[in-house]
Design a protein around this ligand. Sequence first.
Ligand code: NAI
Length: 255
Amino acid sequence: MGKLNGKTAVITGAANGIGKATAAVFAEEGAEVVCADVNENDLLETVSSINNNNGKAASVKLDVSSESSVQEFAEHVKSTYGTIDVLFNNAGIDQEGGKLHEYPVELFDQIMSVDLRGTFLVSKYIIPLMLENGGSIINVSSMSGLAADLDRSGYNAAKGGITNMTKAMAIDYGRNKIRANALAPGTIETPLVDDLAGSQEEESGRQFREAQKWVTPMGRLGDPREMATVALFLASDDSSFVTGETILADGGLMA
Ligand code: NAI
């Protein structure tokens, strides 16, 4: 018996990295997964690998930063599934922008609009589909939402916002039996790290990974599936009295 048998889960940013791994783990645990992303090609790969593995997954194109795209997505989800049990707000971008006085306004707006506004918008339009039966919302924050990084004030602001907005959701919906928690990953080996620092083949990417291993007590980067299993705990009844919490999964980096 899977921990999510009979549940329907919406996963944003499901085409790659943590979202892709979480879609696979949720499906293995019996959930029907609605996989959403702007990247349609990679999304199809996520969904077909789940379906080929006897899971149940569907793909829907979604830009979390666009209100009209989110509204259209929510209408489609409502007409196809009726209610939703789990929402994994994971879509996100990250980029260095220099010290705050040099940080481009356009980059700040872009990161805020995908990471923070996107989490707000998807929650705003999917929560109505959770009100009847209750459910679990997991917002992907970051260790960068609990402490700061050099040259990444936009990302720090967005992820800090997600951590506190999660508490707001927990308070707003506790009596509707909707729990809301955040997952704060450390450094996880995904395409986002390639975009931020360079791939494992590039010198900048290699140096970044060596530095991350050095500062991480467990001496390595995390694997996306190690985030998916924390998300599973938060999605399932194993965490039935946990709400408003942020779980840090960083190999001890912030200890
Ligand atoms: P990733 O880059 O591998 O995957 C992110 C996915 O989000 C991609 O498939 C991308 O197409 C999608 N996406 C981007 N903008 C979107 C939009 N406007 N609408 C819909 N989908 C969109 O990244 P990763 O690492 O899997 O990140 C997932 C989450 O984890 C993000 O919120 C990120 O900030 C967070 N995180 C990642 C860490 C890491 O070290 N990889 C560390 C801490 C947090």
